[in-house]
Design a protein around this ligand. Structure first.
Ligand code: DC
Length: 221
């Protein structure tokens, strides 16, 4: 079987994480959640007390950061300067700061090299916003996964209910704001790569989505 690098991009709540993990499992590939890296940078920025608009300060901070994935029992865990931050980066506050810092050149430059290094050995599924357009324009197979705003907000609402419950209205408003931030920013805006396979998951089960992806992989190999 060929060694492939597969990318899955799309807005938040489209089901990317579940689907990427399942696709990676089915193929025996590694799964890499690049949103976690932006969240890690957001946490580092908040903890440092830096103003997120202080580009030089951020640049200096990144020179000292140790942000890396370490294999755990259920996939990769993210470590920041030796501490496991995998669970701490899942709060609504970090979501907002991650969306804000991800619009910055200094942040995207820092994470670009880190992500490309992680793709060197292939046999990997990368999930993010600009995997197929910017980070891996030569990926072997690219997917763009979407769903209606209402469906995505309902899914995120359910996810948050056990940890940081919020009303459905707040979740939907936050999501709309993040969608606008992510897709209208000048740098690496969220958009499908020209050669991406587009899948709308609004009326599909997770299994349906993964089956379609596996079919696309099989058509290649
Ligand atoms: O997928 P997520 O919600 O964990 O991503 C957090 C933020 O990071 C999101 O607002 C967009 C940004 N992001 C990005 O700009 N590029 C990526 N490849 C992944 C995430």
């Amino acid at each position: 079987m060929k060694r492939l690098l597969i990318t899955i991009d799309g807005p938040s709540g489209a089901g990317k994480t579940t689907v990427s993990r399942m696709l990676a499992d089915r193929l025996g590939y590694r799964y890499i959640d690049t949103g976690a890296l932006y969240r890690g940078v957001a946490l580092a920025t908040l903890s440092s007390g830096l103003n997120p608009d202080d580009d030089e300060g951020l640049f200096r901070l990144f020179n000292t950061l140790k942000l890396k994935f370490v294999p755990g029992e259920k996939g990769l865990r993210l470590f920041l300067n030796g501490s496991d931050i995998t669970d701490r980066i899942r709060t609504p506050e970090i979501s907002m700061v991650a969306s804000a810092v991800s619009a910055k050149q200094v942040v995207r430059d820092y994470l670009l090299n880190l992500q490309r290094d992680l793709g060197r050995d292939k046999n990997v599924v990368f999930e993010g916003r600009d995997m197929g357009t910017v980070v891996f324009p030569d990926a072997d197979l690219k997917f763009f996964l979407d769903a209606s705003l209402q469906t995505r907000a309902k899914r995120r609402f359910k996810e948050l209910s056990s940890t940081t419950p919020q009303s459905l209205e707040v979740v939907e408003t936050d999501m709309r704001r993040r969608d606008t931030n992510d897709s209208t920013r000048d740098l690496a805006p969220l958009k499908p790569a020209k050669d991406a396979v587009r899948i709308d998951s609004t009326d599909l089960t997770i299994e349906d989505v993964v089956d379609r992806m596996v079919s696309a992989v099989n058509a290649l190999t």
